[in-house]
Every structure is written in C-alpha cells, then in structure tokens.
Ligand binder design. Structure first.
Ligand SMILES: [Zn+2]
Length: 284
C-alpha cells in the first residue's frame, strides 16, 4: 500500500489558469493537469492507493468554502482514494469554531502555507491556530522552508519551527519538504530527532524547469541523495512520510527515488504508508 501525503488539485474550471500562473511564478513544471481526475490517473499508473490533498488558502474568505469542498470530497474517499485535509488562514477570525467544525466532520489535519499566506510561522496568529488544531486532534502540515516562488523571505524557517515546538509542541506537526525547503543543513543540525514529521515531497534530486525557461543549475539543485539518507537515518524513518507534491513532481518517479535509497522493507512500509495512516487516520 502506498499513501502520497502531499498532493494538490484544483477545480477543473480553474486548473489550467492556476497551473499556468504557478508554473510562471515558480519556474517549475506541472506533471499532471492538476485536477482530481488527472491525479487519480497518475495514482493508477504509479500504484498509489491514497493521495492526501493539501488545500492552500490564500485569503480568509476562502476558508469555509474550501473546507466544505474538502469535507465533500472525503465522502467519496473509498471510491476515489483522495483524502483532503482542511486549511486555515491566519486572518480568519473565527478559527476556533471552524477547526472544531471540520474535526467534527472527519477532517484529520490542516495545511498551513506561511509563504503564500504572507505570515511568519511563529506569528501569534499561527501559534493560536496550531494550539487550537492540536486540541482538536488535527495534524498540522506546514510548508516548511523557502518557497520556490517567494525567495525574498523564509516564512517558515527552523527558528520559527523551534518556537512552535517550544511554545506548543503539537503532537502531529508535519514539516513538508524534509523539514525546510533549501534549508536542509540547518534542518539536519537542529531538527533531526525532534518530535516532528518530515514529508519527502519536492526535496530529493533536481527539478526541471519548463521548456524555454532557463534556471541556473544551482537553483535547480535540491537535496542530494547522501544528505537525504543521512537526515532520514538521524531523524528516524518512523517520522518520515512519503509525499510527491503532485502536480509539481511525478508520483511514480518520486516513489522510485525513495526506493532507490535502499532503506529496507521495514522502513519503506513506515515511510510509504504506516506513518501516514497514523498521522491522518487513514483506513483503507
Ligand atoms: Zn505542496
């Protein structure tokens, strides 16, 4: 069984525009059309049983609507294999009630994106959301480290994460992109062994820019295999979740990259599904 803990889709009517915008902004390339149908097709090809959808809410007005869509999608989970988390925006006023509501409706986690939400992770608005989410037994998935499209400021750096751990210590904090995108030396030094999960999405290897876009090799380079394996070893495979960041990476290729690390059957079972089942309460 394979669970992809980090995927994104967009409504079919908006997907072409959203994908085009994000490709432009991030000098990145989409591997699917970015719809639920395209993700399900990719899952069939890659042998993935379940994909966790992470909605990113860039405006407080989107929160209720996108959480409603998440709740609705999860009703069809046993057919689709798509399980959506909810989300929250730092400026959403009634965050406490909304988090209680989504938890009641079977949502098991939320996604926070400090860079796209223009707010540092250690801002009091995020801290109170994280505290309340933990009280509601929700996992908290954070875009950690730099964002490929917003390189002027690191909104979720290791120091911010340490503040969250010191002040709240939520039991299920998932740091996307191996603890902090392009911040891996500090992650290796400061976060390995802490009570946090890392997801593997968009971290190992190099990314290819779209045709006609030139991106310097240094910018394309991500986490090398040696350091990736070292971080997994130091942190412990029981706290690593497989994720692809589809559509921004190819799911089958992401699986192959992790398998090529040779962690062994026991570790792979944890990384590819057991840990995600525990964190997000997935029973499939
Ligand atoms: Zn992502």
């Amino acid at each position: 069984m394979i669970i992809d803990s980090h995927t994104h889709t967009f409504p079919a009517s908006m997907a072409p525009q959203v994908i085009a915008n994000l490709q432009q902004k991030a000098s990145s390339v989409a591997y699917t059309e970015g719809t639920d149908a395209a993700l399900r097709q990719s899952m069939r090809v890659s042998g993935i049983d379940c994909s966790i959808l992470l909605p990113v809410m860039t405006h407080p007005k989107q929160v209720t609507k996108l959480n409603d869509i998440a709740i609705q999608k999860n009703e069809a989970f046993s057919d689709t294999g798509l399980f959506s988390l909810g989300g929250m925006h730092p400026d959403f006023e009634d965050y406490g009630k909304e988090l209680e509501r989504i938890a009641r409706h079977g949502i098991t986690g939320i996604k926070l994106h400090p860079a796209y939400q223009g707010t540092d992770l250690d801002d009091v608005r995020f801290l109170r959301i994280i505290e309340k989410a933990a009280q509601c037994h929700l996992a908290i998935v954070v875009h950690a480290g730099w964002d490929i499209g917003i390189m002027h400021r690191n909104f979720a750096c290791v120091a911010h994460i340490q503040t969250v751990l010191k002040e709240i210590s939520p039991p299920k904090l998932v740091l996307a992109h191996m603890g902090g995108w392009k911040d891996w030396d500090t992650v290796e030094k400061e976060l390995c062994g802490e009570n946090v999960y890392f997801d593997t999405s968009f971290s190992l290897g190099a990314y290819e820019p779209p045709k006609g876009v030139s991106v310097p090799p240094a910018q394309r380079r991500m986490l090398g295999k040696e350091q990736f394996c070292r971080i997994v070893g130091k942190h412990g495979f029981e706290k690593i979740l497989f994720g692809s960041d589809s559509p921004w990476s190819d799911q089958a290729n992401s699986i192959a990259q992790i398998k090529a690390c040779g962690f062994g059957e026991n570790a792979n079972e944890s990384i590819f599904h057991k840990n995600a089942q525990n964190v997000f309460h997935i029973n499939k």
